[in-house]
Design a protein around this ligand. Structure first.
Ligand code: 13P
Length: 254
């Protein structure tokens, strides 16, 4: 089995000192684990992250958003090329918090992914349904629509992205999709990717939404769950490392 990808999304938490301590703690505990790992920091901390991660490849740096524009008069925006200057390997795009609080639409999210790819940064594109959409039986329709926009804009480059399935109702709520519920949606996404590229099996599809040390193993054991995008639990070194250990166990058990 390919190594799982475990990504921490620190969102707008902590301080510079707290971030530095987190990175150092994760780096120290990561040694010997069979896992790909990354942390997505607030943009203002990317320079510090670059320095802390220099000279090693066990933990990669990531950002939480990127502009859909290449360059120009877009006050407050950060371009993909700028992220690249700080050795950013991954960038989260289309997180449900961006869609919900900043009105991001599927087409913008797809453009952001395209900008990231052009600059050599791997986009982690989030899809997921709200509670109302799930209760209305619209989960598949919603995630397929979100992924279709991405495929439409990015064409064969779709094989270079990472997808994250994050049911909105499971984010920060303590509610997790059951492993079976998550696997079902991941399978739908995999089939859609297979229709678009011959390399769909190589695309990592991460699960996100209240993943923690206790539930990580059973989620990560599902056939189409290739890793996790972790919010709250990635802010505590022992919890984050426990998730990585579960991922490492899966890679070794296969
Ligand atoms: P939680 O793990 O806190 O539910 O957050 C998930 C998430 O939004 C990661 O991007």
């Amino acid at each position: 089995m390919k190594q799982k990808l475990i990504v921490g999304n620190w969102k707008m938490n902590g301080s510079l000192a707290a971030h530095q301590a987190l990175v150092q703690g994760v780096l120290a505990g990561l040694q010997g684990l069979h896992v790909q790992a990354a942390v997505c920091a607030p943009a203002v901390y990317l320079a510090s992250l670059q320095t802390l991660l220099q000279g090693q490849t066990a933990l990669m740096g990531g950002a939480q958003d990127v502009s859909m524009h290449e360059v120009g008069a877009f006050t407050g925006e950060i371009s993909a090329a700028m992220l690249r200057e700080f050795a950013v390997r991954y960038v989260i795009v289309g997180h449900s918090e961006r869609r919900q609080y900043h009105g991001e639409q599927d087409a913008q999210v797809a453009l952001k992914a395209q900008r990231a790819l052009s600059a050599g940064v791997t986009p982690i594109v989030c899809v997921g349904e709200t509670l109302a959409e799930r209760q209305a039986g619209r989960t598949e329709e919603v995630v397929k629509r979100q992924l279709a926009a991405l495929i439409h804009t990015n064409g064969h480059c779709i094989s270079e992205i990472v997808v994250a399935y994050e049911p909105v109702w499971a984010i920060g709520t303590g509610l997790t999709a059951t492993p079976e519920e998550a696997q079902q949606v991941h399978h739908v996404l995999r089939q859609q990717l297979k229709a678009a590229t011959a390399h769909a099996d190589a695309i990592s599809i991460l699960y996100g939404g209240s993943m923690n040390a206790a539930n990580a193993l059973t989620l990560l054991q599902q056939a189409d769950i290739d890793g996790g995008l972790i919010g709250g639990a990635s802010l505590k070194v022992p919890d984050f490392l426990a998730i990585m250990a579960a991922a490492s166990h899966c890679a070794q058990a296969s």
